[in-house]
Design a protein around this ligand. Structure first.
Ligand SMILES: Cc1cc2nc3c(=O)[nH]c(=O)nc-3n(C[C@H](O)[C@H](O)[C@H](O)COP(=O)(O)O)c2cc1C
Length: 262
C-alpha cells in the first residue's frame, strides 16, 4: 500500500495544470474518431414538466445578483410537508445542464448554462423526486437532448423502489436531512465525452466543470427562494446501481439536495 505522503503528493499534483499541449497523447478527436453523443438516447417515454418560462407561473425572485450571493447558504432543514412546483424543478434542471445549442462540425459540442472545458459537458443529470407537485416520488432521468434550444424540461421516469426514502438516505450515507429534501439532483460523469478530446488530462478538467454545475443549481435555487446543499459524500456503488450506471463509463459524482427550508 502507498504511504499517505505519496498519496497526498500525487493528489496535489493531480490538481495542478500539466503542460497539456506538450504531454498529451493523441486524442480520439485528433484521430478523427466521431465525437460521443451529448446525452443518452431517450427511448423512454418523456414527461414534460410545467414550463418555467412564464414568470406569472413561477415568480423568480427579482433580487439582484449580489443579493443572491448573500442569500445562498447550504440548507439542511427541509420541510418535508411542502411541495415544490414542477416549474421550479424544471428551472433547476435547466440551469444545471440544458442544451442551448449545438456548435461545431457534426454538432461536435454543446453550449449550456454552465461552462465546461472544451464544451465537452461530460455529465448526465438524475433527480430523486420526493415532493414535487404532480410527480410520483421516485428516480428520474433528465433528458436535455429532447429540448435543445428551448426552455422545456423533460424527464424519463426510472423507478420508485420499495422503501424509497430509506434507500435515498443510504445513497446519501445516512444524511437524513438531505433525504428529507423535496428533490435530490444527482450528477453522473460520462468520462469519454471529455477524454475524447483531453485524454489523460480530462479528469482534472471534469472536476472543475462539476463545481460550476453545483453552483448554478445552488444560485438558481436561491433565486426561487429555495434552499440547497451540495454533497460529495454519497455511497458510490449504491448510487450507481440505483441510477442504473455501470460505474465505469458512467458513474455518480455529485448530489445536490434542493427544497423548501423550514
Ligand atoms: C464539494 C462539496 C461537497 C460537500 N459535501 C457535503 C456533504 O456531503 N454533506 C454536507 O452536509 N455538506 C456538504 N457540503 C456543504 C459544505 O459543508 C458547505 O458548502 C460549507 O459548510 C459552507 O457553507 P455554505 O455552503 O452555507 O457557504 C459540500 C460542499 C461542497 C462544495
Amino acid at each position: 500500500m502507498k504511504n499517505l505522503e505519496t498519496t497526498i503528493q500525487e493528489n496535489r499534483d493531480f490538481m495542478k495544470c500539466p503542460q497539456m499541449l506538450e504531454t498529451m497523447v493523441e486524442s480520439d478527436q485528433e484521430k478523427k474518431l466521431p465525437h460521443p453523443p451529448h446525452g443518452k438516447p431517450t427511448t423512454m417515454p418523456l414527461i414534460n414538466l410545467h414550463s418555467f418560462a412564464e414568470r406569472a407561473h413561477n415568480p423568480i425572485y427579482e433580487d439582484s445578483y449580489s443579493t443572491l450571493l448573500d442569500i445562498r447558504r447550504s440548507v439542511r432543514n427541509f420541510d418535508e410537508n411542502v411541495a415544490i412546483s414542477q416549474s421550479q424543478l424544471a428551472f433547476l434542471l435547466h440551469s444545471a445542464q440544458a442544451i442551448q445549442e449545438y456548435r461545431g462540425n457534426n454538432e461536435a459540442f454543446t453550449l449550456r448554462p454552465v461552462p465546461s472545458g472544451g464544451a465537452r459537458h461530460p455529465f448526465e443529470t438524475y433527480v430523486a423526486v420526493k415532493n414535487v407537485e404532480g410527480l410520483q416520488a421516485g428516480f428520474y432521468y433528465y433528458a436535455p437532448t429532447a429540448n435543445v434550444g428551448s426552455k422545456n424540461v423533460s424527464l424519463a421516469y426510472l423507478k420508485s423502489p420499495a422503501g424509497y426514502k430509506e434507500q435515498l438516505t443510504k445513497m446519501l450515507v445516512g444524511q437524513k436531512w438531505a433525504a428529507a429534501a423535496q428533490a435530490v439532483i444527482f450528477l453522473s460523469c460520462v468520462p469519454y465525452r471529455s477524454e475524447w478530446r483531453y485524454v489523460e488530462h480530462s479528469h482534472r478538467v471534469m472536476l472543475i466543470d462539476l463545481g460550476h454545475v453545483g453552483q448554478n443549481i445552488m444560485l438558481s435555487a436561491a433565486s426561487l427562494g429555495l434552499g440547497s446543499c451540495c454533497m460529495a459524500a454519497y455511497d458510490q456503488a449504491l448510487c450507481d446501481q440505483t441510477l442504473g450506471l455501470d460505474g465505469t463509463d458512467e458513474y455518480t459524482v455529485y448530489a445536490v439536495a434542493v427544497g423548501k427550508s423550514k
